[in-house]
Design a protein around this ligand. Structure first.
Ligand code: UD1
Ligand code: CA
Length: 505
């Protein structure tokens, strides 16, 4: 295991509660902070200290919490403990204890975390553990002193300063409510003391729950040492409400922005930049105002991402330029690619080296080959486009026939004229040229010119006559334009009839 992991240490993350105060359909611990479910922050901290000896207590939406942990790529396997009924934090710890007993090893010390304190730092936990060991304590707790302690458990100290008990907000007397020092919900406890004390808990309180915090009282009664370490209000914040969630989100985002600036990334306006926890950015990349980088996004070196662009779960190579107002999801842009402004890459879009996508272009499951360009107003879906291809303005792959999706293949060095539709499935051979305004319904062999549009009809004088007619109050001939179809394609055929041509059959 990595350095920092303590062999004789177990850790428990309590994450079974619903989180009533969030007023949400989603379990509180699954609400994301900087793109990661809140519970993962605690799990990661716990693993940094205790390695594979980490249990997470799940209950409400437990399957989803388990899935969130397992798909996050944890440092080591995590033991998931079911707490079917959420009878309190003490009850949650009783369930975890059973799992550690079944492990067959006796661990001397346990770190316990609430699943709703995403701002806690690893150094703080290390310091808490050190204090616990230095002072030979039975219980060591983390405390904070917020301006508004409402809702938290208060730390009650004896006259000599020693911690005596923790009293929950709802059980506190008026005098106890005046106490500003609160219990963060992060503890280090001696294993044998804890395992025994858990049996002594009684649900005699306002909520009728088994409170883990009551083990503090038990330790005090037995004359055991209770130590405490103070952290800043911000770091100790437990998320119970949406407002606290927003505050935590901001704090985590600030940290992430600072981190990337220290790593050599320029953020033009960091207060408006949001970078998720799992994003990676290369040196000398410049990120402009209002950019959101989400999920598992990786950006290379020397890239430019201009304002109000969202990039989710995508990979950008080096020297990629993303102009303003783009949306890029589950896509890949290789070195020197360029995109935008106002472009939309949907899942499965690939821009190969130095490919270029311009304004109002949408791509989905489509690959644009090396050096190829789709500069204006296009939809490219279910398409494979080779190298050196020019996709003219307004090109559309008609990939959907109402039932199924079909593929368009455009080989290297094809020139596609503007306003072309490819009715898929269709393949355009290498070096072919598609004349503008084509509706391509059949394959085009290599090096072939394909023209697929109605030939042009020019009628000299027709427009002038129409204007004269309209001036005379007659019905404009344009109402009967269908009759033109029957005319010869010559420009002379309609002669100088004052009336529009009659349909001939
Ligand atoms: C708890 C503490 C309180 C502390 C506060 C800090 C207790 C009794 N109180 O109160 O002193 O100031 O945290 O934020 O511990 N959970 C379970 N199973 C349960 C109940 C809760 O796993 O049966 C989990 C929750 O998912 C959550 C954590 O334990 O992650 C804390 O639960 P919560 O209901 O938020 O406790 P608080 O009332 O905030
Ligand atoms: Ca809480």
């Amino acid at each position: 295991m990595k350095a920092g992991v303590h062999k004789n240490l177990g850790a428990v993350v309590m994450a079974a509660g619903l989180g009533k105060r969030m007023k949400s359909k989603l379990a509180k611990v699954l609400h994301p902070v900087a793109g990661r479910p809140m519970v993962l922050y605690g799990v990661d901290l716990a693993q940094q200290l205790a390695g594979e000896h980490v249990a997470v207590v799940v209950g409400y939406q437990g399957k989803d919490v388990r899935a969130a942990i397992e798909t996050s790529g944890p440092r080591a396997p995590v033991m998931i403990v079911e707490q079917a009924q959420q009878l309190g934090t003490g009850h949650a710890m009783q369930q975890a204890r059973d799992v550690f007993r079944r492990l067959g090893k006796t661990l001397s010390t346990y770190v316990i975390l609430n699943g709703d304190t995403p701002l806690l730092q690893a150094e703080t936990l290390q310091a808490l553990l050190r204090l616990h060991q230095d002072e030979h304590a039975a219980v060591t707790l983390l405390t904070a002193t917020p301006d508004d302690p409402a809702g938290y458990g208060r730390v009650v100290r004896a006259r000599d300063g020693h911690v005596q008990k923790i009293v929950e907000d709802r059980d506190a007397t008026a005098a106890e409510k005046q106490i500003h020092e609160i219990n963060v919900g992060t503890y280090v406890m001696d294993g044998s003391f804890l395992f025994d004390a858990l049996d002594k808990l009684q649900p005699r309180n306002a909520q009728g729950e088994y409170y883990l915090t009551d083990v503090v009282t038990l330790a005090a009664e037995r004359g055991l040492r209770i130590s405490a370490l103070a952290v800043s209000e911000a770091e100790g914040m437990g998320i119970n409400t949406r407002e606290q969630l927003a505050a935590a989100e901001q704090a985590v985002r600030r940290r992430i922005c600072s981190y990337w600036m220290r790593e050599g990334v320029t953020l033009r306006n960091p207060a408006t930049t949001s970078i998720d926890a799992d994003v990676v950015i290369g040196r000398d990349t410049v990120i402009h105002a209002g950019v959101a980088l989400e999920g598992r996004t990786t950006i290379g070196e020397d890239c430019i991402v201009r304002s109000h662009t969202r990039i989710s779960d995508s990979t950008l190579g080096h020297r990629v330029v993303v102009q303003d107002h783009c949306v890029i999801r589950e896509s890949r842009l290789e070195d020197d690619a360029a995109i935008g402004p106002f472009a939309h890459l949907r899942p499965g879009a690939v821009l190969r080296r130095a490919a270029k996508v311009g304004n109002f272009v949408e791509m989905k499951k489509a690959e644009l080959g090396e050096g190829s360009k789709a500069n204006h107003l296009s939809y490219l879906g279910d398409a494979t486009i080779g190298k050196g291809v020019n996709i003219g303005a307004g090109t559309i792959t008609c990939n959907y026939d109402g039932h199924k999706k079909h593929e368009t293949v455009i080989e290297d060095d094809v020139f596609v004229g503007s306003d072309t539709q490819f009715v898929a499935p269709v393949t355009i051979g290498k070096g072919a040229v598609i004349a503008a305004g084509a509706t391509i319904t059949a394959d085009v062999p290599p090096d072939t010119l394909a023209i697929a549009r109605a030939p042009q009809v020019n009628r000299p004088g027709w427009a002038a006559r129409q204007r004269a007619l309209l001036a005379g109050g007659a019905t404009p001939p344009s109402r009967k334009l269908t009759s033109l179809k029957a005319d010869k394609v010559s420009g002379k055929s309609s002669g100088r009839n004052a009336k529009p041509a009659k349909r001939r059959s």
